[in-house]
Ligand binder design. Structure first.
Ligand SMILES: NC(=O)c1ccc[n+]([C@@H]2O[C@H](COP(=O)([O-])OP(=O)(O)OC[C@H]3O[C@@H](n4cnc5c(N)ncnc54)[C@H](O)[C@@H]3O)[C@@H](O)[C@H]2O)c1
Length: 317
């Protein structure tokens, strides 16, 4: 039986990833400090350790259990909060990663999969899909912490795949998690929460004066179940993907553009929820248009991605 260590595996993406590895008959070790996550998975091949990922005991676990593959998902993830509490992000998403890398080197792991983010690109001022060569200029401490960790991972004793997720949404397998548990709310979480509100007067959209076809922000949403598969394939195909390189970056998005307004309208139709739309002022730091060029991902991972319609349908269901 193969082993995998997933940090942040009690979180939204981590739980979906753990579920997928269990389906593929892996022994799954999850380390999570439960700062935002919940430990809900149950399986005979699932082992949960409540700890900080940078803790020495995790280094020892890697050695004792001869774990050679690590998926690092644990992080503080709220872009807006990071502006208010930059130090938290510097410590959790950078300094601890630095320590963890050293521990992984000592344990002689072979492959490290790092969950990065489209936030590394910052305010792109670009109205077409961006590929991995696009200049990274993060504007928030969250985006900066991810980019700084990516740089650390360029020079390690193990091989690394960096996955830059775009907007991740949709329920995990068997609807175990609908969205993140933490206070961080993105568009699809806010929409799916409407189903539990008694009286919906209106739904707020931030900004209708962006330089896009309907004035609202345009984004690229990817199903959390696809992200789980990508994490699995990153391990399964690691020797092939990293045959000639020690380090490789992949944009993880669908390359399908959808405006916030289009998504809200589609949700209203599919959920049969009627509400008015109210446009309020822009949020600071939101870029007009953010779309991935995912050719590299598709070519290397041989994956067919679910689209935004499937994400909305799954959430409504
Ligand atoms: N959700 C998205 O749309 C999105 C987009 C881009 C990138 N990402 C990245 O994907 C990863 C997972 O995100 P998510 O949406 O599942 O978030 P999440 O908050 O649901 O999961 C993160 C998990 O990490 C745990 N954690 C945090 N700090 C820890 C520490 N020091 N030690 C141990 N555990 C710790 C939390 O308790 C939580 O369970 C993050 O690295 C995030 O930056 C997410």
């Amino acid at each position: 039986m193969k082993e995998i260590l997933i940090t942040g595996g009690a979180g939204y993406i981590g739980a979906a990833t753990a579920q997928y590895f269990l389906k593929k008959k892996f022994k799954v070790y999850v380390v999570d400090n439960l700062s935002t996550g919940k430990n809900l998975l149950k399986d005979k091949n699932y082992l949960f350790i409540k700890s900080d990922f940078s803790n020495k005991k995790i280094a020892q676990l890697l050695i004792d259990k001869k774990i050679k593959n690590v998926i690092h998902l644990a992080a503080s993830i709220d872009n807006n909060e990071s502006v208010l509490r930059p130090n938290k992000y510097y410590i959790n998403n950078y300094l601890k990663v630095k320590k963890f890398i050293k521990n992984c080197e000592k344990a002689k792991i072979k492959y490290f999969i790092f969950s990065s983010s489209a936030a590394v690109y910052g305010k792109t001022n670009c109205f077409k899909p961006i590929n991995e060569k696009f200049k990274s200029k993060p504007i928030t401490p969250y985006g900066k912490s991810k980019l700084m960790s990516e740089k650390l991972l360029k020079n390690t004793k193990f091989k690394t795949i960096i996955l830059r997720y775009f907007n991740v949404a949709g329920p995990t397998f068997e609807n175990l998690y609908r969205q993140n548990f933490n206070g961080y709310k993105h568009l699809l979480k806010k929409l799916s929460d409407l189903r539990f509100s008694k009286n919906i007067d209106y739904f707020k959209i931030n900004g209708n004066d962006y330089n896009t076809y309907d004035g609202t922000c345009v984004r690229d949403f990817i199903h959390v179940q696809d992200i789980a598969k990508i994490n699995y394939k990153a391990i399964y195909l690691s020797s092939k993907i990293l045959k000639k390189n020690k380090f490789k970056i992949f944009n993880c998005g669908t390359s399908i553009e959808k405006s916030v307004l289009e998504i809200v309208k589609k949700f209203s139709v599919l959920s049969k929820l009627k509400f008015k739309i109210k446009f309020v002022k822009r949020r600071k730091g939101d870029t007009d248009f953010l779309l991935s060029d995912n050719k590299l991902l598709k070519n290397s991972f041989d994956i067919k991605l679910l689209g935004i319609d499937k994400i909305i349908k799954d959430l409504v269901k």
